[in-house]
Design a protein around this ligand. Structure first.
Ligand SMILES: Cc1cc2nc3c(=O)[nH]c(=O)nc-3n(C[C@H](O)[C@H](O)[C@H](O)COP(=O)(O)OP(=O)(O)OC[C@H]3O[C@@H](n4cnc5c(N)ncnc54)[C@H](O)[C@@H]3O)c2cc1C
Length: 531
């Protein structure tokens, strides 16, 4: 018999996940875990079984746009792929958004929801993108005090009834920039008689243009330039017959990854829109949405890392080299152990932010923890996103040439991870945001959280703090902001990992903590040559 390689396989992605299970056993009350475990095991079964198989089979399908109908009408119809259609049904039925709003378990409902999202994400080709924006839109509208919009849209966003579900888009980025959205050129014109607004402008990246609604930024005529002059608007993309509401989809982007996500370039040509909250301060008013999508970004990062590590670990037991399985080769296993340590450290940070987010949503958060959440959201997003790209790249190498071959489904892991540091704020933009969130109070809160979790004041934190307090020149501070933010991120990841290992008694977590510490936490460079 000629040699035949056995491909990697996945089991139940909940049951096989030591990290998720030991984390949930530590943070959830036993009766809550018993109650929700059924839903997690079912999602784990789907993610490792039918959905994974469908994902592989759907690999070459992409969303399609038909711009004109047979009679010359502009319809810009978007057809999603079979995987995405199935994914939507599963997400709605299993409450991948709804769970956070039903709040059956108070603030811990957010952790339950993130666990579902974490299991669901790696088998559904970034369907997490519209879900994240849907979740963020629901949170933003609920906090806006705009009862008419809450009554109109939120029931659709958080429903478990398939035919009633809406997803939401977030249209911020324009040609002028996604980081500096204060440059937004879209104008909102008010009808002097009815008071209704219509939007005119171009949006340059709008993901999941299949969404039924979107939150977007535009400048009401007469408002000043810059971020303050922007207002937050609510848009319904299509009329009841399915026709676009003066929104033209110019084309779908041809992207490196996230190929199932229909990301469009739009022209808004008199698009009817409603103010969400006042005629100014749109950037501030859309912040709740970004906090939620950044949390989803972190959960997606750890989910994709977990998938890569699971596949690589399974393959190591199936691939023979030099007479033994790769799992018998010390260097290969050392490589895998490094990936596992990165993935577990990132996991604890993303879920810690989920815990804090849940408490902020139910109002059970102290002022200190609220300051910590504000600081940790950008830190968590930028740290986990960078880890995801590095881990995915190494995972591909763990498969040798097969990792580079499309129909294994593996290259997609790297391409899809690569978007995580770009959207929802790039690494540098979030590093600068970290500086913005940092003050005496938040630094003290961060230091005391890390000290409590780690059981000591880690040397990396000492180094980062002394660097930050010593530098008075703003340009030097900004130049080091990425290294600083990543050092804070890796420091708290290590502290969380140590805390988890000690309080859960999970020996593997302690092994991972030691390895993670050895891989490097402190990235501060004291005297980097200036240009
Ligand atoms: C697949 C995909 C889907 C997307 N979907 C959406 C969507 O649905 N809605 C939406 O609104 N946007 C979306 N985006 C856009 C995305 O959010 C932006 O691309 C991103 O925010 C960066 O903006 P930009 O592309 O204009 O880059 P720029 O803002 O031009 O940034 C270029 C570079 O400059 C750096 N930079 C910028 N400012 C600073 C600073 N102050 N200090 C240091 N460095 C800085 C950045 O880090 C980056 O490296 C999507 C992007 C992608 C790739």
């Amino acid at each position: 018999m000629p040699f035949q390689q056995t491909p990697p396989q996945l089991g139940n992605q909940y049951e096989d996940d030591r990290v998720l299970r030991s984390y949930l056993a530590r943070v959830l009350p036993a009766d809550m875990l018993r109650e929700i475990e059924v839903s997690l095991a079912e999602m784990g079964r789907l993610a490792g079984g039918e959905l994974y198989q469908l994902q592989l089979a759907d690999r070459l399908n992409e969303p399609r746009m038909t711009q004109w109908d047979a009679w010359g009408n502009r319809i810009d119809k978007i057809e999603l792929t079979p995987l995405w259609r199935v994914a939507e049904g599963i997400a709605v039925e299993h409450g991948v958004v709804a769970t956070a709003y039903e709040q059956k378990h108070g603030s811990l409902s957010r952790v339950h929801q993130c666990a579902l999202a974490y299991l669901f994400t790696p088998s559904t080709d970034i369907y997490s993108c519209p879900l994240a924006m849907t979740d963020g839109a629901a949170r933003t509208l609920l906090g806006s005090g705009n009862q008419a919009l809450i009554d109109r849209a939120v029931p659709h966003l958080i429903t478990r009834v398939a035919g009633q579900f809406w997803t939401a888009g977030q249209w911020m980025t324009e040609l002028t920039g996604g980081s500096d959205v204060g440059l937004t050129e879209t104008v909102a014109r008010q009808d002097p008689e009815s008071g209704a607004y219509r939007l005119y402008g171009r949006k340059w990246f709008t993901s999941a243009i299949s969404s039924q609604m979107a939150l977007t930024l535009a400048r009401p005529e007469g408002n000043p330039p810059g971020g303050r002059g922007l207002a937050l608007f609510y848009v319904e993309t299509r009329d009841p017959t399915g026709r676009p509401r003066n929104v033209e989809v110019n084309r779908l982007k041809d992207k490196l990854g996230t190929r199932k996500v229909p990301t469009a370039e739009l022209t808004l040509n008199g698009t009817p829109a409603q103010l969400v909250k006042g005629t100014t301060d749109g950037i501030r008013n859309i912040a709740p949405l970004l906090n939620i999508t950044r949390l989803w970004n972190g959960i997606s990062a750890v989910a994709l890392m977990r998938r890569g590590v699971a596949l690589a670990a399974d393959y190591s037991r199936k691939r023979i080299a030099f007479g033994v399985a790769l799992s018998e080769k010390p260097l290969h296993m050392d490589t895998l152990a490094g990936l596992e340590a990165e993935a577990e450290a990132a996991f604890h940070l993303a879920f810690y932010v989920a815990e804090l987010t849940g408490r902020s949503e139910t109002g059970e958060i102290s002022d200190d923890d609220a300051a910590l959440l504000r600081l940790l959201t950008p830190i968590m997003k930028l740290t986990t996103a960078k880890q995801a790209v590095a881990v995915a790249s190494e995972v591909l190498e763990c498969f040798g040439g097969a990792g580079y071959v499309e129909d294994t489904g593996l290259p997609m892991l790297l391409r899809d991870s690569q978007v995580l540091p770009i959207w929802e704020g790039t690494t540098n933009v979030l590093a600068v945001d970290t500086l913005r969130a940092l003050n005496e109070d938040s630094l003290r809160v961060f230091q005391s959280a890390v000290t409590k979790l780690a059981g000591n004041f880690p040397p990396a934190l000492d180094h980062a703090t002394s660097w930050y307090t010593r530098i008075s020149d703003r340009s030097v501070l900004e130049a080091g902001a990425r290294r600083f933010a990543l050092t804070l991120g890796r420091t708290i990841e290590l502290a969380l990992l140590l805390n988890h290992a000690r309080s859960s008694g999970d020996q593997q977590s302690m092994v991972n903590a030691r390895r993670f510490a050895a891989l490097g936490v402190d990235l501060i460079i004291d005297d980097y040559p200036q240009q």
